[in-house]
Design a protein around this ligand. Structure first.
Ligand code: COA
Length: 260
């Protein structure tokens, strides 16, 4: 697929995806969502891609939300269909099996905040702003905000943001646990890449199964989640990477993981 609204490049195993509609503050119209669906599938299935960074073009916005022009046309059935489509795209990204980091360079509102939350980690520039302002428009979050925000920051703070539509700055987003780190704008992409490359230096099968255990475990009882964890722990004991990682530690040398 040739992308009209995204920039996409792969550098030494890292895919950098830039949502590229800066004149519309990178709002998620139907075309962006269709292209993001293609990207998410590519991340999941292309062995040459080991992790990804998602960001927005221009100095102002990561993503200022779903495209309000598109939303203004919708009726109840296509509104529901749009929400289901968007949710599926973000879920594919979240379950692609490889670490995905949101580099939040400005406004992350509505669908932008939801997109950032579907990534595994979030780094924000100092001037980034977050919020779920849908209620101001007479709608409610539709791309997972009502589900991922309480899972990330707790029910009380999530409801505060969702019910008031208020916008918070990067420092507050960090305080409530919505972002992992705040950095000066010039350091945003280098920091995101440094973080991702650090993760990529770990055992890739271990990273993959840890992502899966956290993702699925949150939906399970504690006992079911613990069993899933133990199963993963046992599975990893059958891998070359485990022998390499433990052996390298004991031999006081750096490990060379091969993903097998
Ligand atoms: N959908 C469609 N277009 C959007 C958009 C969105 N979610 N957010 C911004 N834009 C467009 C604006 O309409 C404007 O386009 P124009 O130049 O053709 O008029 C352009 O992006 C620049 O936005 P503007 O509002 O002029 O910038 P600003 O700096 O004054 O304000 C925001 C920035 C983010 C506060 C403001 O754009 C805003 O509130 N956006 C909507 C946020 C939102 O409600 N998102 C959730 C949607 S469900």
């Amino acid at each position: 697929m040739t992308y009209q609204t995204l920039l996409f490049e792969v550098r030494d195993g890292v895919a950098v995806i830039t949502i590229n509609r800066p004149d519309k503050l990178n709002a998620l119209n139907d075309q962006v969502m269709a292209e993001l669906a293609d990207v998410a599938e590519r991340l999941a299935t292309d062995d040459d891609i080991r992790g990804a960074i998602l960001t927005g073009a221009g100095p102002k916005a990561f993503v200022a939300g779903a495209d309000i022009g598109d939303l203004a046309q919708q009726g109840p059935f296509d509104g529901k269909a749009r929400a289901l489509r968007g949710q599926a795209v973000l879920r594919r990204l979240e379950t692609c099996g490889k670490p995905v980091i949101a580099a939040v360079n400005g406004f992350a509102l509505g669908g932008g905040c939801e997109l950032a939350m579907a990534c595994h980690l979030r780094i924000a520039s100092e001037h980034a702003k977050f919020g779920q302002p849908e209620v101001k428009l007479g709608i409610a979050p539709g791309y997972g905000g009502t589900q991922r925000l309480p899972r990330l920051v707790g029910k009380g703070v999530a409801l505060q943001l969702i019910l008031t539509g208020e916008t918070i700055d990067a420092r507050e987003a960090h305080r409530i646990g919505l972002v992992n780190k705040v950095v000066p704008a010039a350091e945003l992409l280098p920091e995101a890449e440094k973080l991702l490359r650090g993760i990529l230096a770990m055992g890739p099968l271990a990273v993959r199964l840890a992502l899966e255990a956290v993702d699925q475990g949150l939906e399970m009882s504690l006992d079911e989640g613990l069993l899933l964890e133990a199963n993963h722990f046992g599975l990893l004991a059958a891998t070359h990477d485990m022998k390499e990682g433990l052996g390298a530690f004991l031999a006081k040398r750096a490990p060379r993981f091969e993903g097998r």
